[in-house]
Ligand binder design. Structure first.
Ligand code: SF4
Length: 278
């Protein structure tokens, strides 16, 4: 079984998904700063549910997914329930919890993913797409699928928190078509990769920070030199690939003839000469 977060981890890097499944102890512990970001996300998610009244919260923890699915099915069949928070579904080996599933009078549903960001990001498309894929697979008819995010135009005046103005919904339904079509083959790729008991060989580079910093960064980079070329400020992916082709990992080993900016040349010179430049 894959969760949505593992699916997204696999899209960022198959090795990250493999580690999450088989070697989770290699991850760096969550820092207080990261925990604060997660806590903010939970608080935003809690506030968002107030925009969709007459709702039911599926309380079961993530490790009790089967029971959560049963509770969700029961809530869907309850006539006066208008929304389900943390609705649980499973299809094609993927378990999801939908932040808010809104019931419509025409028998259809709205899929609402809550984010504490102030806009929609590229990574949100596969996030909503995999949920839409699972919901369709479970037989739900989805009218709108999108992101409920914060509206940065809203200014809190210090007394009443106006949730209608704090949040803004961006409908992604029309943009999801292509992305949803990719999900089955992406899932197959992940299943094949996870069936192998050997971790895929993927060197760390810029993809490790995009769209989210990977928790296995410290592990994957533990053998990298102190002056690793990825630390060369402003260097692009193409130049990094050229250095990798030349088997150059250390800034000090970059040939003098290699095209660098003045700034990068200064960094290289400081590393070679063990000098500080202020
Ligand atoms: S640090 Fe980079 S290479 Fe290693 S698992 Fe994470 S994303 Fe993949």
């Amino acid at each position: 079984m894959l969760s949505k977060s593992r699916f997204l981890a696999g899209l960022q890097c198959p090795l990250r998904l493999w580690y999450q499944c088989y070697e989770p102890q290699l991850a760096t512990e969550i820092s207080p700063a990261q925990q604060a970001i997660f806590d903010t996300g939970h608080e935003v998610g809690r506030l968002a549910t107030k925009l969709y009244p007459k709702g039911v919260h599926i309380e079961e923890e993530y490790f009790r997914h089967d029971q959560a699915v049963r509770s969700t099915v029961a809530a869907m069949g309850t006539p006066d329930v208008r929304a389900i928070y943390e609705a649980a579904f499973v299809y094609d080996g993927v378990r999801i919890r939908v932040d808010i599933l809104q019931k419509l009078d025409n028998g259809k549903w709205n899929l609402i993913e809550v984010k504490s960001s102030t806009n929609v990001k590229d990574v949100h498309l596969p996030d909503v797409a995999v949920q839409d894929y699972v919901l369709h697979g479970c037989g739900l008819s989805i009218e709108q699928a999108g992101i409920l995010h914060l509206d940065k135009q809203y200014v809190y005046e210090g007394s009443h928190l106006d949730l209608e103005r704090l949040f803004s919904f961006t409908d992604l339904t029309d943009k999801l078509f292509v992305q949803i079509g990719l999900v089955p083959s992406q899932l197959n790729d992940f299943k094949e990769m996870l069936a192998d008991n050997k971790a895929p060989s993927i060197p760390p580079d810029r993809h490790c920070m995009n769209p989210y910093p990977c928790e296995f960064w410290d592990h994957c980079t533990r053998k990298m030199p102190e002056f690793w070329v990825i630390g060369l400020s402003g260097i692009g992916q193409n130049r990094l690939c050229e250095l990798a082709d030349m088997d150059v990992q250390d800034i000090r080993d970059i040939p003098a003839s290699f095209p660098l900016t003045q700034f990068q040349k200064r960094i290289r010179s400081c590393a070679i000469n063990q000098e500080e430049y202020v």
